[in-house]
Design a protein around this ligand. Structure first.
Ligand code: ATP
Length: 289
């Protein structure tokens, strides 16, 4: 007997950093949506009372440093559960990429264990618990499109974006979110128009959504890793409707209406960049061309 959960990656449609708080965290405002690039989480009950992580990806820790381990430990402790579990993570989301792969695995573990242990927790209750694990976990519990405020734990759901293709490209290096925030000069932030983005989603306006894409961390990562700018340029010259770095990077994504153009961008980046994907925003399964 086991439970399966999909753990989708997220992209930032906008990311703003408002100010540095007295507790040293940054106050942020992010509009995020999930895409159909996902890890697969398989949870099996164990006879021994312990948490075992199995993953074949060499960049993913197989011990208590894994965010899925943290999620299982939190639920075990909060609800005094004595049963152990094996959590098998089939990794498809690039690691340290700005796509919240670890947070999504933790969120999928919360959802899966909520079912396995019949805890009956509602999505907002699971998201509140998720906030103790990491700032993107609450959003990933919702698994939809939302505005995240505070440190990322205050979630307001939004309509899914208009149907489109998403081309993702990740250069070889990973980026530490902490390093990017350390290099951010809060007085020189390029603030995106979060309200404009929310309005574009509420009115299902694809062109406006493209216009309002923006990420306050982009210039910081670009100055550290010029390859990210090269990918942006390549996507723009290959016909993307809009291009942005996700999260703290280094993954860059294009939004494209036409499937043929998505594959033109994909082909132009293969060979130049080691990880390239063509996916869709979630919730749209019909042909988009
Ligand atoms: P975010 O967009 O939330 O900042 P990210 O996509 O940049 O996250 P992750 O892929 O979540 O980054 O990985 C960041 C680090 O977290 C990795 O270097 C890895 O050591 C650690 N980690 C812990 N658990 C996991 C997991 N389940 N999957 C991937 N990385 C994990």
């Amino acid at each position: 007997m086991y439970v399966l959960e999909k753990a989708p990656a997220k992209i930032n449609l906008s990311l703003d950093v408002l100010y540095k708080r007295p507790d040293r965290y940054h106050e942020i405002e992010m509009v995020m949506t999930t895409i159909d690039l996902a890890d697969r989480i398989e949870i099996t009950p164990l006879f021994e009372n312990r948490i075992v992580i199995e993953s074949e990806n060499r960049f993913v820790p197989n011990d208590e440093r894994n965010l899925a381990y943290g999620a299982a430990k939190l639920l075990k402790e909060t609800f005094s559960i004595k049963q152990g579990v094996k959590i098998k993570i089939e990794k498809h989301i690039p690691v340290a990429a700005g796509l919240a792969g670890g947070s999504s695995d933790a969120a999928a573990t919360l959802r899966g264990l909520n079912r396995l242990w019949s805890l009956g927790l509602k999505v907002n209750e699971l998201a509140n618990l998720g906030a103790q694990i990491g700032s993107d976990v609450s959003f990933c519990v919702y698994n939809s499109t939302a505005l995240a405020q505070g440190k990322g734990e205050i979630i307001t759901e939004l309509p899914a974006p208009p149907a489109c293709w998403v081309v993702l490209a990740k250069p070889i290096m990973g980026v530490s979110t902490q390093t990017v925030y350390e290099n951010l000069n809060i007085d020189r932030v390029n603030h995106p128009d979060t309200k404009g983005m929310i309005n574009a989603l509420k009115t299902a306006n694809y062109e406006k959504m493209c216009d309002y894409l923006g990420n306050a961390l982009e210039s910081v990562t670009l100055s550290m890793h010029p390859q990210v700018q090269q990918i942006k340029d390549q996507m723009e010259s290959s016909g993307a409707d809009a291009v942005l770095m996700s999260g703290s990077g280094p993954t860059v994504f294009s939004l494209v209406k036409q499937e043929s153009r998505a594959y033109r961008i994909y082909n132009s980046l293969r060979g130049f960049c080691n990880e390239v994907y063509v996916v869709r925003t979630l919730g749209y399964h019909q042909s988009l061309d």
